[in-house]
Design a protein around this ligand. Structure first.
Ligand SMILES: [Zn+2]
Length: 243
């Protein structure tokens, strides 16, 4: 195919825009923060599950403490009642019975108070465990929010870049003859559409061309399209080509 050297060189700009577009599309699909955001989402699920367990344990302890406190109130009421009765009772047998009950209520109250203290200690530990887990989740959320915002910014920047690249490419493509552009598009669909031949090396496949291949390329007039014998892309020849 015939093509002016200047038009062939424009294909390099188009190929460059296409390569940058592919990179930008990949970046927009998967911003660098995406993997860590996924990790954080999974971590938060595990952390929330652990928080639910710790909160459940804390609730159980609170319920247990409430039961013990209620038992203490029952014992206190009973003790007041017995003490009141003891003041009025005249039968020694009844008095002995009440005294015996009062003694056992005192023992019961002391046991309940011991249990209460032990529970309060466990409650304090459980509250710390919950607070610790909440802090961990807050940290995870904060990192996730920061990275999501960063990823959004990357997507926005990349979207703007893609629009710019599309405009630039269209401007260059508009000045390239349709047949040459069509040839480029056809080749670009399966690899490098066009590449610079630099120092005897194809910029598309990075192969150093053999002497025979270079001989054949030298024989092709500059206003005719040459292709790489290795990868088939349009080889754009310049003074850097080493021909
Ligand atoms: Zn090649």
């Amino acid at each position: 195919m015939n093509a002016a050297p200047a038009d062939q060189r424009r294909l390099l700009e188009i190929a460059d825009a296409d390569a940058r577009t592919r990179q930008a599309e990949a970046l927009r699909r998967t911003p660098p923060q995406a993997a860590r955001v996924q990790e954080l989402l999974a971590a938060r699920q595990t952390q929330s599950h652990e928080l639910a367990l710790r909160s459940g344990a804390l609730d159980d302890l609170r319920a247990e403490l409430a039961r013990v406190e209620s038992d203490v109130r029952v014992v206190d009421a009973r003790r007041s009642r017995d003490a009141e009765l003891l003041r009025t009772v005249s039968n020694p047998k009844d008095a002995a019975g009440l005294e015996h009950e009062l003694a056992s209520l005192t023992k019961r109250k002391s046991d309940l108070e011991d249990a209460e203290l032990a529970l309060m200690e466990r409650l304090e530990a459980a509250e710390s465990a919950v607070a610790e887990q909440e802090a961990l989740i807050a940290e995870t959320n904060a990192e996730g929010a920061r990275l999501s915002a960063e990823a959004k910014a990357v997507v926005a920047e990349t979207t703007a870049l893609l629009e710019q690249l599309a405009r630039d490419r269209a401007a260059v493509a508009g000045s390239v003859p349709a047949a040459l552009l069509a040839m480029y598009e056809r080749l670009a669909a399966r690899g490098s559409g066009a590449a610079l031949l630099r120092a005897r090396t194809c910029g598309g496949c990075h192969m150093v061309l053999s002497g025979t291949d270079l001989q054949a390329i030298r024989a092709i007039p500059v206003d005719e399209v040459a292709t790489c014998p290795e990868c088939g892309c349009i080889l754009v020849r310049t003074e850097e080509s080493g021909l």
